[in-house]
Design a protein around this ligand. Structure first.
Ligand SMILES: [Zn+2]
Length: 89
């Protein structure tokens, strides 16, 4: 079962003209090509989505690494401050 490209009424597969409005229907060959193209576009969209997720994850990972570095530096500073504290403090 297919649908008329013009009026949307349902018709048998493989008909050349719509029995409701008379519009010529795309051939099975063309439909198959369009389906293949649509599938390719769908796959590309999934790929792009995945790349976006990967880029986001990379950015988070870099940010987290920077945060840990800053934390380590702060901890070191803190330790050094305690070491240099004059006696009696
Ligand atoms: Zn029609």
């Amino acid at each position: 079962m297919g649908f008329c490209v013009n009026c949307g009424n349902q018709h048998q597969d493989g008909v050349r003209f719509c029995r409701f409005c008379g519009t010529a229907q795309p051939s099975e060959q063309l439909l198959a090509r369009l389906r293949a193209e649509a599938e390719q576009i769908r796959l590309i969209a999934i790929q792009m989505q995945q790349q976006q997720v990967n880029a986001q994850n990379d950015a988070y990972a870099r940010l987290e690494a920077m945060r840990q570095q800053a934390e380590a530096a702060a901890r070191l500073n803190n330790q050094q401050n305690q070491q240099y504290r004059p006696p009696g403090w």
